[in-house]
Write a protein that binds this ligand. Structure first.
Ligand SMILES: Cc1cc2nc3c(=O)[nH]c(=O)nc-3n(C[C@H](O)[C@H](O)[C@H](O)COP(=O)(O)OP(=O)(O)OC[C@H]3O[C@@H](n4cnc5c(N)ncnc54)[C@H](O)[C@@H]3O)c2cc1C
Length: 378
């Protein structure tokens, strides 16, 4: 297997890196402090063709191409994780259910504008009492004439405050466990829908919301996929997003590594740069090996995914290893900065907060281990 990027992918990487370093990196800190997403970045990314990487040209996309999406995620997260996550959600769960399960009409009305950056999409599965055990969804959807009436609550919805639409998982059949859940596209202007923003530890530029549905009327044609089959639909598509969290972890780790390497060369103690001490060199060497390993896992899983090969195990490995790796790397990068690493004037403090989420969303580290173990028949 060849892990060298193709010429096309290398060119794409340079283009994204240029965009990310020029337009995202300079505003990362400011938006982290403001805890506000720069909405215009969707328009800009849409204009550059960066919001349809998993989708065919038919809908305005440039893909499908998981390797390209991993490259895009790595480079943008390297520039700023909070801003990158908005764009990444838009390229994955924010829109993928519409592409995979929505009708042609929904694709034209919601996916096409989302690829242009005109609409922001979001994904609402998690509830106050429903997290890792996704099959226990409690929100309900009852048929009523030509509509469904949704009731319930969703939490931790990424891009939830800026979203024009959300894919919402709700129970259409009581007591049927995995079998009774369906997916709906809910326009956030629907009557009976309300939302409020919440604050978080890291990736503060990205917005996150709680949703409430109180007799929220959704047209029947907004049901996506087969009624009662949402759990299976979702499980079949999450592997892409897991790979992408691995890629985000690599991007953030590379940013921290580069800062630590430079600092080790510049900072003088005991009459020489601290990078001359073997204790610091060993930290940097270990960080470099771990980043490289995570990157190989991400590209292997992306490569398999692009060939239509089932890569449940490889996707979970890329997510698990990458997310734990970035937390170790950022920890050591901050340590190399000593007291300055702890101060807000250096970005390590922000990276340290941003890294933590990688082990939680899209299935926690524990859940990834459960999935990997299952692949070995356990
Ligand atoms: C910033 C952020 C953004 C998010 N974005 C979205 C989004 O856009 N849409 C969405 O629907 N959700 C989103 N989530 C939700 C996220 O996917 C969940 O938080 C995650 O799946 C864990 O669920 P939970 O928080 O309810 O934890 P729980 O499931 O309650 O888990 C608590 C602890 O128990 C452990 N645990 C649970 N089950 C097992 C088990 N079987 N074996 C071992 N350990 C176990 C977990 O690993 C964890 O450590 C987001 C979360 C955050 C924090």
């Amino acid at each position: 297997m060849d892990f060298e990027l193709s010429e096309e992918h290398k060119i794409f990487q340079r283009t994204v890196a240029q965009f990310a370093q020029k337009e995202i990196a300079p505003i990362g800190e400011e938006h982290d402090i403001k805890e506000k997403y720069p909405r215009w970045i969707y328009d800009r990314a849409g204009e550059l063709g960066f919001l349809g990487i998993p989708y065919p040209e038919l809908y305005g996309g440039t893909g499908p191409d998981t390797i390209a999406l991993s490259i895009f995620t790595e480079e943008t997260t390297k520039a700023d994780a909070g801003i990158a996550m908005g764009l990444v959600v838009q390229n994955t769960v924010g829109t993928s259910p519409v592409y995979n399960f929505g009708s042609e009409d929904l694709k034209q009305r919601y996916l096409v504008p989302a690829i242009k950056g005109e609409y922001v999409g979001s994904f609402a599965l998690t509830e106050p009492n429903v997290g890792s055990d996704a099959a226990s969804v409690q929100a309900t959807a009852k048929e009523d004439g030509d509509s469904y009436i949704l009731n319930g609550a969703k939490v931790f919805v990424s891009n939830g405050m800026t979203a024009k639409f959300a894919t919402v998982a709700a129970r259409t059949d009581k007591g049927k466990g995995h079998q009774g859940i369906s997916l709906f596209l809910v326009d956030t202007e629907s009557p009976g829908f309300s939302r409020k923003g919440v604050k978080k530890l890291g990736i503060r530029a990205q917005d996150i919301a709680e949703f409430a549905f109180e007799d929220c009327r959704v047209p029947k044609e907004n049901l996506m996929g087969d009624k009662g089959k949402a759990f299976y639909h979702l499980m079949a598509t999450v592997q892409d997003t897991r790979i992408i969290v691995g890629a985000a972890s690599v991007g953030l780790a590379k940013a921290a590594f580069e800062k630590a390497l430079q600092y080790a060369k510049d900072r003088q103690q005991f009459g020489q740069p601290i990078g001359k001490f073997q204790g610091i060199q060993f930290k940097l060497a270990d960080m470099a090996v771990e980043i490289e390993t995570a990157s190989l896992l991400v590209f292997k899983a992306s490569w398999l995914n692009d060939r239509g090969v089932n890569c449940t195990k490889e996707a979970s490995m890329a997510k698990l290893y990458g997310s734990e790796m970035v937390n170790k790397v950022v920890y050591q990068a901050l340590q190399i900065h000593g007291g300055y690493g702890y101060m807000r004037e250096y970005p390590l403090e922000r990276y340290f907060r941003d890294a933590r989420i990688m082990e939680i969303f899209e299935g926690t580290s524990e859940i990834q281990r459960v999935i990997i173990a299952k692949q070995y028949g356990l």
